[in-house]
Design a protein around this ligand. Sequence first.
Ligand SMILES: [Zn+2]
Ligand SMILES: [Zn+2]
Length: 599
Amino acid sequence: MAKQTVERYEETELYRLRHSAAHVMAQAVVQLFAGDVRVAIGPPIEDGFYYDFELPRSLTPDDLQAIETGMRRIVLGKHPFVRREVTAAEARAEFGAQPYKLELIDGLVSGAKAEAGERVPAAPAITFYTQDTFTDLCRGPHLEHTGQLNAQSFKLLSVAGAYWRGDEKNAMLQRVYGTAWRTPQELKDYLWRLEEARKRDHRKLGKELGLFHFSEDIGPGLPLFTPKGELLRHQMETYVRETQTRYGYQHVWTGHIVKEDLYKRSGHYENYKDAMFPPMVDDNITFRLKPMNCPSHMTLYREMGLHSYRELPMRFAEFATLYRYEKSGELSGLTRVRSLTQDDCHIFCTPEQVGSEFALALQLITEILNRYRFADYRVRLSLRGTAGKYVQDPEKWEQAEAALRTALDVSGVDYYEAEGEAAFYGPKADFMARDVLGREWQLSTIQVDFIQPARLGLGYIGEDGREHVPVVLHRAVTGSTERFLGVLIEHFAGAFPTWLAPVQALLVPITDRNHGYCQKLAASLSEAGLRVDWDGGVERMNAKIRKAQLSKIPYILVIGDREEEQGGAAVRLRSGEDLGAKPALEIIDLILAAVAAGT
Ligand SMILES: [Zn+2]
Ligand SMILES: [Zn+2]
């Protein structure tokens, strides 16, 4: 069985270890500044921890070194973490000179904000954790003693400004970020991944590879794609389109602007109006830029006439550019944009077909993820659970959840269940894929929908001759072309597999004499369906080869007099590997074989 159980981060040893590291760091900072420190909050975060301080001066890189040294001393002291329940009065007495802690205590007493900023029930117990000379207002949990931290397994990474409680009206504090692991090797591996992620940052690589730009003149979050970038997009979309066609999908097109009323009827207006661009009004009709396709595809299904159960399932697919009003502070390269092209599909089926349609979509998604060389992925199956928010049609829910579970068991894909996480309209499966650096990205999704089809008046005539409401499966494989391209750039470090690379082969003539033959060879490669370019510039050959390698072009074909005479080229790979001189036909076969193999 591929079903897994997943431990919550909050319950793991790493979480306790990082929380304890935050307290040890706070003690080291207090000691470094001889008590002249106002401490705020210090929670564990993904891969590490931070702590916010108000200090008499800005921290320098030397300070971070000194704090780390202080932390090691505290670790070696093996001081126990001692938990103590206190009254509000005791808590206030302890933190008399600490205004941020006093504010937190007030919050705890009135049941407002807890340490990590979330709401807690009124009047919880106030607890202290003390190690050595440092006491913190804290709910825990912690290690037993500081010696359980490995003195060589943590590192402070950076300092950043952070407003108290994230509110710019409040004081600006200094936030020190650190990372902590179980062993020195784990720390080393993490620091390597961090450095590698920096090198692979798609915003940096996208510029170096000449794939896309953002312009002040266009606006934030609205990317422009260069010819090479568009070639990549086109390859990605063509591949998914062809695969979908093979799986029985039909492609449709539904435009960019829709009457706002439709979103009111579908229920999107209520839930997504903040993510929509402002309305456009013409002749008393209010329009919106399309933020999602579902209502358009469902309307198209309805307008195509009365359907019979014999026509189902119907699978509509579209590469639709949608517009979402993301806050400008949340925009980030291609991974968070305001214009995004979704590979969106809606499958209209009978309730009995939900299981087989879900299984087919699973198969399609795994085929595509494998092609993009995401070997490590798992599915989060979000179910209704026991939460009371899913009131309608309990039988339909049960049937659908059982069908999804069975399909996942049969498929052998790793999955885990998240009770109470379903969308309000039905259960869903999200694919979480790990890239080569081990980072998990949410990519594909399949969502069952019992609600919208009825709201938008969809129907089909069943075997019984009566009208029924179809179930709709919402399905996206790559999510959006833009975000997926950002993920791919980092996954492949810009070295796209040959089938995807915007330029598959670059021809490099050694002298001007070879230009003519170079063009001829380029033409025969193009005729074989390959994407080629040639470098007729004045730089020396080695400089051209280096440039081609930096551009991550899979094949570099060098042509001198001898190669021209023999009707071929000397073949180099972007890795630097030299395959030697080969005849033209052999080169074409070699590249076509790589395309077919997906390498
Ligand atoms: Zn704490
Ligand atoms: Zn949808």
